[in-house]
Design a binder for this molecule. Structure first.
Ligand code: CP
Ligand code: NVA
Length: 308
């Protein structure tokens, strides 16, 4: 495994290996033991063309806890594809650091970087996908339901067919989970993305609907994300209207199995896609999910850069 750019390009075996390492490192940490410094002498450059809390902190803390270092590059510093071409940026970084995690608008920036890269390229979110989030989401699902019976679980995503939804759908397919997505007309997962998933995973149990109340009926996990992703701020009012009826709230949970848990990648727009009582309520696992970002990142970095 050279890069981590999408779940689509990562095999089920590779996903499971990253998860194994992530759980092992988390257990050591939870037992008060330091992790082995498998990234001693290694540096990860972390680039953000968009804001971040969880992704930035988890990458930097993960490098620190595994004995490595990190350097944060903002758009003002590095302007990948703006100040310099992807080609020139990565040719420079190849000779200085041992990995690059990049948050970008256009996914092609990542694939262009990877073309000339001698170091691992990690997708820290693009307009197309958010694979690091999907790793933490699966850890949280396993924490709740165990690893053995994943193929009996239904993950229901309510809202925008966006980057988070795509990576979640794909990882669910790769790990044998059923995936249901309810979106308003015009905001569904792009049909070419669905075709791509289905061509790779023809046996996947995948359902698309525009009825959120019906969608949660047999959900083990109810997942939502913002209606307005970074870069879509100008569409805010239009989107707010389009997503009416798609809020994950108590009325929706009343329509779902009592054991269902609620996930959200964060940041949340409380009172829009999710109500306060649900995000802070007993079925929410949103903050353990955020904490799993650290552990998932450690698993990923230990595998990609530490030879684990
Ligand atoms: N979930 C997530 O990626 O959060 P940040 O945008 O804060 O990194
Ligand atoms: N879909 C959101 C996810 C944020 C972590 C966005 O792209 O802004």
């Amino acid at each position: 495994m050279k890069h981590f750019i999408s779940i689509h390009e990562t095999s089920t075996q590779e996903i499971n290996h990253i998860l194994d390492v992530a759980f092992e490192l988390r257990e050591q940490r939870n037992n008060g033991k330091a992790n082995a410094p498998v990234l001693d002498g290694k540096t990860l450059a972390v680039y953000f063309a968009k804001p971040s809390l969880r992704t930035r902190v988890s990458f930097q803390q993960a490098m620190f806890e595994l004995g490595g270092k990190s350097i944060v590059l903002t758009n003002d510093d590095a302007g990948i594809g703006v100040r310099e071409s992807e080609h020139d940026v990565i040719k420079v970084l190849n000779g200085m650091v041992h990995g690059l995690a990049a948050r970008v608008f256009e996914h092609s920036v990542l694939t262009n970087l990877a073309k000339h890269s001698e170091i691992p390229i990690i997708n820290a979110l693009s307009d197309y996908s958010h694979p690091c989030q999907a790793l933490a989401d699966v850890m949280t699902i396993i924490d709740e339901f165990g690893r053995e019976d994943l193929n009996k679980r239904t993950i229901t995503y309510i809202g925008d067919g966006n980057n988070v939804a795509l990576s979640l759908a794909t990882i669910c397919g790769k790990l044998g989970m059923r995936f249901v997505i309810a979106s308003p007309p015009g905001y569904e997962l792009d049909s070419s993305f669905v075709d791509r998933i289905m061509s790779q995973l023809p046996d996947m149990d995948f359902e698309l609907t525009s009825d959120p109340m019906q969608a949660v009926h047999d959900a083990d996990v109810i997942y939502t994300d913002t209606w307005v992703s970074m870069g879509q701020e100008k569409e805010m009012e239009k989107r707010k209207l389009a997503f009416e009826g798609f809020q994950v709230n108590q009325a929706m949970l009343d329509n779902a199995p009592k054991h269902a848990i609620v996930l959200h990648c964060l940041p949340a727009h409380r009172g829009w896609e999710i109500s306060d009582d649900v995000i802070d309520g007993p079925q929410s696992r949103v903050f353990p999910e955020a904490h799993n970002r650290l552990h998932a990142q450690k698993g990923l970095l230990a595998v990609l850069m530490g030879g684990m």
